[in-house]
Design a binder for this molecule. Structure first.
Ligand code: FAD
Length: 378
């Protein structure tokens, strides 16, 4: 029995491939149900990672049905609203809504594989080599093979390393506009059918279309790690603080944040060090953000999580010896994630500096279609 902690995209791909190949697998997930939490915005699926994983999971046809038409169009503006670059998409990196993608993977597993409402609070390594997971609901389970697919603040990671994610210095405030064609026509126009990044003065307003006449936006800016906690407790809260940071920016751009139907959500961005790795420990490994949390400026996090899930499943299926499988998966994953984490860190530095948006525009102008920098919805 393979035990996975976390039913995010990585854990679900892993479970799906193991299950369709006849292996016993279970996932313990902290959310109470599949619909307990809004899953955020759009993800562009890369050929070699996200799409390859979906293919391995046997779900490519279904995936194609949820692709947002022309959702991979891309434009770069500055704070005045001037358009510096506008590209139509080429379908190499189709955009899908994260919630739909996750729902597809959940529906592809039989009832009972995902045990909802199981938030791991502690994991103990036993003398016989097994692991005991204790859950907030009072239950506990033992397992010989434990896969940490439990995201940025993984409870499994401390079994392998003491390294913790570090704040990147950049925070997002997430906004959401609905019924945009009738209620926010100016914003619908500047965002277009895909992704829009307005960058100036080391800050940005980043937005993308979602299915259902919705635009999801992020105000992005440098702030201390404690920013959101401090601001939330003040009168005016997040919204007033964020709008003050974008005073003087083009009115329709600021409207992407000011018009939010829901209260803004603070998302401070954390990352593990580029090249993060650990020594092999019997019976346990990590996939996705648990292994290599990075900023979203290469658009790789979810893609890598899915590819990790697919690769680990294939390694387990290909080896009789679980240790050989985990070692072979980790060797390839460390190389792949180091490269993507380096691109993410470089992408963040390129987007948020004193010359922006010029370096980003130059980069995209000089680039081939398969771009290393993209911004999805998380
Ligand atoms: C603003 C933003 C934009 C992004 N845009 C993109 C993009 O465009 N493209 C892209 O590829 N990536 C993007 N990412 C990154 C992407 O969101 C992550 O890399 C991806 O979700 C990682 O998947 P995962 O399965 O490893 O972890 P998660 O998606 O975090 O899933 C982990 C799961 O584990 C569960 N869990 C956590 N703790 C416990 C516990 N103690 N017990 C039980 N269950 C637990 C959680 O509830 C969750 O279901 C973005 C991220 C952000 C913040």
């Amino acid at each position: 029995m393979i035990t996975i902690l976390g039913a995010g995209l990585g854990g679900l791909v892993l479970a799906r491939i193991l299950h369709i190949n006849g292996m016993d697998v279970r996932i313990f997930e902290s959310d109470a149900s599949a619909s307990a939490r809004h899953q955020g915005g759009m993800l562009d699926m890369h050929v070699e990672t996200g799409q390859a994983a979906i293919e391995a999971a046997g779900l490519y046809e279904e995936f194609r049905k949820m692709v947002l038409e022309e959702g991979d169009a891309f434009r770069i503006l500055d704070k005045t609203g001037r358009v510096h670059l506008a590209e139509v998409g080429n379908d190499l990196r189709p955009e899908v809504e994260r919630g739909q993608l996750r729902a597809m993977l959940i529906a592809s597993l039989p009832e009972g594989i995902i045990r909802w409402g199981h938030r791991a609070t502690a994991i103990a390594a036993e003398a016989d080599g097994a692991y005991t997971i204790s859950f907030a609901n009072g239950l506990s389970v033992r397992t010989d093979v434990l896969i940490g697919a439990d995201g940025a603040w993984s409870k499994v990671r401390p079994l392998l390393t003491n390294i913790q994610p570090v704040y990147t210095g950049l925070s997002f405030a997430e906004a959401r506009l609905t019924e945009v064609s009738s209620r926010f026509p100016e914003q619908a126009e500047i965002v277009g059918t895909g992704t829009m990044m307005a960058l100036s003065e080391r800050k940005g307003i980043l937005a993308h279309r979602q299915p259902g006449d919705v635009i999801c936006s992020y105000a992005a800016f440098e702030a201390p790690a404690e920013w959101s906690a401090e601001v939330t407790s003040k009168a005016g809260g997040l919204l007033e603080d964020v709008l003050a940071r974008f005073r003087g920016w083009d009115r329709p751009l600021v409207g992407l944040i000011a018009g939010s139907d829901a209260p803004l959500v603070a998302r401070p961005l954390f990352a593990l060090p580029v090249g993060h790795r650990w020594d092999r420990r019997a019976g346990v490994t990590l996939i996705g953000d648990a292994a290599h949390l990075m900023s979203p400026f290469a658009g790789e996090g979810a893609n890598l999580a899915m590819r990790d899930g697919a690769d680990l499943a294939q390694a387990i299926l290909a080896h009789d010896d679980i240790e050989a499988a985990l070692a072979s998966y980790e060797t390839a994953m460390f190389v792949r994630s180091e490269s993507a984490a380096g691109e993410s860190a470089a992408g963040l530095a390129m987007c948020f500096n004193d010359r922006t948006p010029a370096p980003v525009v130059d980069f995209f102008r000089g680039m081939q279609p398969d771009a290393p920098v993209s911004m999805g919805g998380g």
